[in-house]
Design a protein around this ligand. Structure first.
Ligand SMILES: Nc1ncnc2c1ncn2[C@@H]1O[C@H](COP(=O)(O)OP(=O)(O)OP(=O)(O)O)[C@@H](O)[C@H]1O
Ligand SMILES: [Mg+2]
Length: 312
């Protein structure tokens, strides 16, 4: 039921919705490799407002991961942001001390990568590792941290959170590990989650489930996402905006539907052509309609991919 006071708050909310502040703003970022004395990434820009999903696609070595690492403030040793800026919640990260940035990371911008096992300690129970993140990042006491970790395991749709809590990495499948890692990544309530090829190593069904989970988190918590993938279908399913990278350049950028429906750059056209047989059209159509349709299209995509993989 709508009350008068709720009505009274509406105009302010509406105003907020029309001009949301970006949680993460990447502005014309150039990345330089001091060791090889060359520029690797030649200017990437995007804004992430709450609930927005930006996709980065492109061939291997095009600079997708370095761009993500720049946004996370964890570039490899001899790399630096040589021009442009990364702003998190209005603060230019270049102005932060490593200590300040570490505090911000996890609680504002978090990430999951391709190989979940390597980010977890094989000799500790996975639940305890999530609880530890909670204790360090949010200051929860032991018992509370355990309770919250169980909630997170449930939120990432692991069927028996109590059981999984007490298990070790070797006891879990790749899909389960990726869910555990997502649980750890969202433990401190970040506003941005960067998923760099987070589903690439998983089989298509599990991949679809994880993407579905990310879409759900976005819906339910307003989490903004950066999704890096080789797979245009992944991007079509999830992203509002897409950047197509090639050799450190953004060759095309725009609303996902516009870019994939009418690619302007030859390289994007090539990517789209490669995906014709994956049912990208139906996927795109489904994204704009009701949920059941999207689900059907997703099933069709999975089936098509499975057939293609079997043939290969
Ligand atoms: N730690 C590193 N040391 C040296 N060169 C690196 C390092 N990381 C990346 N590079 C180089 O920077 C370029 C961009 O790499 P990046 O990892 O960002 O590509 P990518 O688009 O993520 O590729 P992929 O799709 O294979 O993950 C590549 O030429 C790569 O060789
Ligand atoms: Mg990469």
């Amino acid at each position: 039921m709508t009350t008068l006071s709720q009505d009274a708050t509406r105009p302010a909310e509406a105003a907020e919705q029309t001009t949301p502040e970006p949680v993460l703003a990447v502005r014309d970022v150039h990345i330089h490799d001091r060791a090889g004395d060359r520029e690797i990434v030649h200017g990437v820009s995007f804004d992430l407002t709450p609930g927005k999903v930006v996709g980065i696609v492109g061939e291997s070595g095009s600079g997708k991961t370095l761009t993500c690492r720049a946004a996370l403030g964890i570039l490899p040793e001899h790399f630096e942001i040589s021009a442009g800026s990364v702003t998190v919640d209005g603060t230019d990260i270049a102005t932060l001390t490593p200590r300040q940035w570490t505090r911000l990371r996890g609680s504002t911008v978090s990430a999951v990568f391709q190989d979940p096992a390597s980010y977890l300690n094989p000799s500790l129970r996975v639940g305890a590792q999530i609880a530890e993140v909670l204790r360090v990042k949010t200051g929860l006491k032991r018992r509370e941290a355990r309770r919250r970790a169980l909630e997170l395991l449930e939120a990432v749709r692991l069927h028996d959170p109590e059981l999984v809590y007490g298990q070790y990495t070797f006891e879990l499948s790749g899909g389960m590990l990726q869910r555990v890692l997502i649980a750890a990544a969202i433990a401190a309530g970040p506003r941005v989650l960067i998923a760099d090829e987070a589903t690439t190593a998983l089989d298509v069904t599990v991949q679809a489930e994880i993407l579905d989970l990310l879409a759900d988190l976005r819906e339910s918590t307003g989490l903004a996402l950066v999704v890096v993938s080789h797979d245009l279908a992944v991007v079509a399913q999830l992203c509002d905006e897409v950047l197509v990278m090639r050799q450190g350049e953004v060759v095309e950028q725009g609303p996902t539907r516009a870019v994939l429906d009418a690619p302007r750059h030859a390289y994007t056209r090539l990517l789209v052509d490669e995906h014709e047989s994956y049912g990208l059209d139906r996927f795109l159509a489904a994204k704009t309609s009701e949920d059941p349709e999207a689900t059907k299209a997703l099933k069709a995509l999975k089936a098509l991919k499975a057939v293609k993989e079997e043939a290969a």
